[in-house]
Design a protein around this ligand. Structure first.
Ligand code: RM4
Ligand code: NI
Length: 161
C-alpha cells in the first residue's frame, strides 16, 4: 500500500542485538495504520478501543491478547482510556535454542489465531513476568539479553498453556 507507515527496529530497540523489549502505552492513543520491522505481542490492561488488524475490526478491552507479525497491518481507530503493553521482539535475534515456532502463533507460515482472551488469573501471571522483562531489558549487565530472552520464553509458555 502506498505511503504505508513502517515502524523501524532502530527506533524501538537499543542496539542491533536486543531481541526483546517492552513498549508501554499508558495510554495508547489513536494510532495510524502501520506495519513493523519486528513482531509484537499486545496485552490490553484497561479501557477499550477499536483495533483494526489486517482490515478486520476488533473491539478490544481488558484481557485481550494479540500476536502481531511484522508484516501485519494494524491501527487503533478509536480509544477510550486504553492502556496496553507491547512486548516487541525480533525473531531473528533470538538466540536460545528453543522451538520458538511452536511457542509463537504466526511465526510459522500458515493460518493461526492472532486473537486471545486472558482471564484474571492469566493476567496476574503474565503481569509479573512482563514487569521482570521490563526491568531486565533496561539493564546492561552480564547476560541481560539472555535473561530477558529467558523471561520472554517463560511468558510465551505461560500464554501457551
Ligand atoms: C505504538 C502502537 C503500535 C506499536 C508501537 C511499538 O504506539 O502500539 O502498535 O507497534 O507502539
Ligand atoms: Ni504495531
Amino acid at each position: 500500500m502506498a505511503g504505508q507507515l513502517i515502524l523501524r527496529k532502530s527506533d524501538f530497540f537499543s542496539g542491533t542485538e536486543q531481541a526483546v523489549n517492552v513498549a508501554d502505552r499508558y495510554p495508547q492513543d489513536v494510532f495510524a495504520e502501520h506495519t513493523h520491522e519486528f513482531c509484537e505481542l499486545v496485552i490490553v490492561w484497561r479501557g477499550n478501543g477499536l483495533h483494526i488488524l489486517n482490515d478486520r475490526p476488533y473491539r478490544i478491552t481488558r484481557g485481550d491478547l494479540f500476536y502481531i507479525r511484522a508484516e501485519d497491518r494494524h491501527s487503533y481507530a478509536s480509544v477510550n482510556d486504553l492502556v496496553l503493553q507491547n512486548i516487541i521482539y525480533c525473531p531473528e535475534r533470538l538466540k536460545l535454542n528453543l522451538d520458538w515456532k511452536a511457542l509463537i502463533p504466526g511465526l510459522e507460515d500458515g493460518s493461526f489465531q492472532p486473537y486471545w482472551r486472558l482471564g484474571t488469573n492469566g493476567m496476574n501471571l503474565v503481569r509479573q513476568i512482563i514487569t521482570q522483562i521490563e526491568q531486565e531489558s533496561r539493564k546492561a549487565e552480564a547476560f541481560s539479553f539472555c535473561l530477558t530472552e529467558t523471561l520472554f520464553a517463560q511468558l510465551l509458555i505461560t500464554l501457551h498453556r
